[in-house]
Write a protein that binds this ligand. Structure first.
Ligand code: HEM
Length: 213
């Protein structure tokens, strides 16, 4: 097991952990988006899906525990790498250009990450850790998106999530060693697709709910 501790303790190991946990979150987001899009099909379809999910019982709890574990690894490792990076280069570059593959989304990863953490905590209080009373989950979401401030807040948050996902996806493929010049255009196209799906799929849903219900 010593080799495993040494591997995970190394900087490459940490980047690999960021990549694998990040890709797992992208998997979660894809499933979450597919479920959420059922709102377009209406109350019955979405509530039916939510009930089926709840009926998974212990499997759902296991999945939630896994998600929390992955989140802890992703956040703590990301924070560690960010602090290490700052220690290694305390003076910021005078000219902060996009050269060397550094783009807005790559430079802002730690900050978009923290904003997403704040959004997820808010989101859980908004939809999960709230007293639903006699309302179904569909009615709760419809009522929430009846308020324009919530629609705008979610839309803004989805742009932040999309930026993080776009760069994270690309960077994860580099960390797992798939950065061959031949595969790079495909990885780049996939990362833009993932970011675009988050921005448009999740981002337009609150507007749809506001207009439709
Ligand atoms: C328009 C965008 C979104 C909508 C309408 C939405 C809606 C929902 C709903 C209805 C629930 C279930 C609440 C319950 O049954 O207790 C939920 C749970 C959750 N959402 Fe979202 N969501 C959105 C975006 C996101 C994003 C972008 C993330 C992550 C960055 C996210 C993370 C979560 C998590 C972690 C849970 C809890 C899952 C669980 O407990 O099993 N959501 N969301």
């Amino acid at each position: 097991m010593n080799w495993l501790t040494a591997a995970l303790g190394s900087s490459v190991g940490k980047k690999l952990m960021m990549a694998l946990t990040g890709l797992a979150f992208i998997g979660f987001l894809a499933a979450h988006l597919a479920g959420n899009l059922l709102m377009i099909a209406g109350r019955e379809a979405f509530n039916g899906y939510a009930e089926r999910l709840q009926s998974l019982g212990p499997i759902l709890q296991l999945f939630r525990a896994g998600l929390i574990g992955f989140a802890l690894v992703h956040i703590l490792t990301g924070l560690y790498l960010f602090l290490q990076n700052r220690k290694a280069r305390p003076v910021r570059y005078e000219k902060d250009t996009s050269a060397g593959g550094r783009t807005i989304s790559s430079r802002t990863m730690p900050y978009t990450g923290l904003l997403i953490l704040a959004f997820v905590v808010f989101h859980l209080f908004h939809f999960t850790w709230t007293d639903k009373g006699a309302r179904t989950i569909f009615d709760l979401v419809a009522a929430a998106f009846n308020q324009p401030w919530a629609v705008l807040l979610y839309a803004a948050a989805m742009i932040v999530v999309a930026l993080h996902v776009r760069h994270g996806f690309w960077s994860a493929f580099q960390s797992v060693g798939a950065s061959h010049p031949k595969t790079m255009p495909a990885v780049m196209a996939l990362s833009w697709t993932a970011g675009g799906l988050v921005a448009f799929g999740f981002g337009l849903l609150p507007f749809f709910m506001l207009i439709r219900y």
